[in-house]
Ligand binder design. Structure first.
Ligand SMILES: Nc1ncnc2c1ncn2[C@@H]1O[C@H](COP(=O)(O)OP(=O)(O)O)[C@@H](O)[C@H]1O
Ligand SMILES: [Mg+2]
Length: 357
C-alpha cells in the first residue's frame, strides 16, 4: 500500500435519477479528481445516498454518464467497478472474526492465502486493531466495528472508497477520533475518497472539496474555505452555518471600487454585484460592533436586540434601520460596557467580507 497505488478519477455528466415522476437527482455534473477527499453534503433527502449508490453501481442512473479514468462505466455492474464501500448499515459478518471479515473481499477476488494473510495483517495495524483480530464484531465497540469496516473496504486497495455517513451512529468524541483516522487513511492510501455526511463541521474538517446538494440538485462544489466564505447562493450560505444577509440597492462600479446603497448608508464592497439590487452575505465572526461610528470603512447603525454570553465569545443580535438582522460574535473581553438591549451600536465589516450572493 502506498501513494503509488492507483486512485481513480470519476466524472459524472448530467446524472439524473427519477422514481416515478419524482426527481431524486437532477442533471448532476461533478468531476472527482484522483486522490481527492470529496464530501457530498446536504440535508436529509437531498440525494446524497442516491448519488453515491450510482457511483457504486448498485443503483442505475435514469440519465447521464459516468466515467472512471475516461472509461464509460455507466452500465458496469458494482462488483466489476472494484470500489471499496462503507455504508450505513453495511454491517460486518457477525459470525466471522475481525481478521476473517477483512479477508473476505480478498478471498472473493481469489487472492492467494499467503497474500491474504499479509494484507489482513497490514490492515489490522493500519486501523489500529492489533490484539482484536480473533474477536467477533459483537465483542467490539462501535468505533472498533467501524475500523473493521474501513479495513475490509481498504484491504483490496480500491481505486475509489465510497463512504455513506459511516460515523453517524457514534458519539461525538468517537466521531472526532474516527475523523482523524479518516484523514490519516486518506493520506496513507492516496485513494480517491467520496464521503457522504449531513454534518457541516465534519465536511469542513475532512474534505479537499465539498459538493453541496439540495433537492437533488448540485448547488456548489468548492474547497471548504470557499464554500464557507464564498457561498454560491442563499441555500449554501445558510446551510454552512449562521450568516448575515443584507439587501443592498443601487450597486454600481465606481472608479475606486464597488459601491452600493443600504438605506441612507453607502457600502463599499469587494466584488461587483450581478444586479443593481442584490444580497450580501457576511459571517458573524467578520462583523465588528462598536459604540462609535467608524471614520473609515463600512459602518451601519444598528439597535442591539439581545446579548448572549457564551464564555470566550458573546453573541450579539441587532437589527438595522431596515429591520434586517445582524449577528456578531465578539470576544467577550472586547464587548463595550455600554452595550445593552435597545442601545445603538455601529456594525462594520471589511470590504472583502461583503460577499455577493
Ligand atoms: N427507492 C426509492 N424509491 C423512491 N424514492 C426514493 C428511493 N430512494 C430514494 N428516494 C427518495 O429520493 C430522495 C433522495 O434520497 P437520498 O438519496 O437517500 O437522500 P440523502 O441521502 O441525501 O438523505 C428522497 O426524497 C428519497 O425519499
Ligand atoms: Mg443518505
Amino acid at each position: 500500500m502506498g501513494k503509488d497505488r492507483h486512485a481513480a478519477e470519476l466524472v459524472a455528466r448530467g446524472i439524473g435519477k427519477t422514481y416515478g415522476d419524482f426527481k431524486a437527482l437532477d442533471n448532476v455534473d461533478l468531476t472527482i479528481g484522483r486522490g481527492e477527499f470529496l464530501t457530498l453534503l446536504g440535508p436529509s433527502g437531498s440525494g446524497k445516498t442516491t448519488f453515491l449508490m450510482i457511483l457504486s453501481g448498485f443503483t442505475g442512473a435514469s440519465s447521464g454518464t459516468l466515467t472512471r479514468d475516461g472509461e464509460d462505466i455507466t452500465r458496469l455492474p458494482a462488483e466489476k467497478r472494484g470500489f471499496g464501500m462503507v455504508f450505513q448499515g453495511y454491517a460486518l459478518f457477525p459470525h466471522m472474526t475481525v481478521e476473517k471479515n477483512i479477508a473476505f473481499p480478498l478471498q472473493v477476488q481469489g487472492r492467494s492465502p499467503s497474500e491474504i494473510k499479509a494484507r489482513v495483517n497490514q490492515m489490522i495495524d493500519t486501523v489500529g486493531l492489533r490484539g482484536h483480530e480473533k474477536k467477533h464484531p459483537s465483542g467490539l465497540s462501535g468505533g472498533q466495528q467501524q475500523r473493521v469496516a474501513l479495513a475490509r473496504a481498504l484491504a483490496f486497495e480500491p481505486s475509489v472508497l465510497l463512504l455513506d455517513e459511516p460515523f453517524s451512529a457514534l458519539d461525538k468524541n468517537l466521531r472526532g477520533s474516527m475523523q482523524d483516522e479518516m484523514r490519516r487513511l486518506h493520506k496513507e492510501t492516496g485513494t480517491t475518497f467520496v464521503f457522504v455526511t449531513h454534518d457541516q463541521e465534519e465536511a469542513l474538517a475532512l474534505s479537499t472539496r465539498i459538493a453541496i446538494f439540495n433537492q437533488g440538485q448540485l448547488q456548489q462544489v468548492a474547497s471548504p474555505r470557499d464554500i464557507y466564505d464564498k457561498p454560491a447562493n442563499r441555500f449554501v450560505a445558510e446551510f454552512l452555518g449562521e450568516i448575515n444577509l443584507l439587501s443592498i440597492e443601487n450597486a454600481s462600479q465606481e472608479s475606486d471600487g464597488f459601491l452600493a446603497r443600504y438605506g441612507d448608508q453607502t457600502l463599499r464592497l469587494g466584488r461587483e454585484a450581478g444586479a443593481k439590487s442584490a444580497t450580501i452575505a457576511i459571517r458573524p465572526e467578520y462583523v465588528t460592533l462598536g459604540c462609535e461610528r467608524a471614520n473609515a470603512g463600512n459602518c451601519l447603525p444598528v439597535t442591539i436586540r439581545s446579548m448572549t454570553y457564551l464564555g470566550k465569545i458573546t453573541r450579539i443580535e441587532a437589527t438595522t434601520a431596515k429591520g434586517e438582522r445582524v449577528v456578531a460574535e465578539l470576544p467577550t473581553h472586547t464587548v463595550p460596557a455600554a452595550f445593552a438591549e435597545g442601545a445603538t451600536a455601529y456594525a462594520g465589516f471589511a470590504v472583502e467580507r461583503g460577499y455577493f450572493l
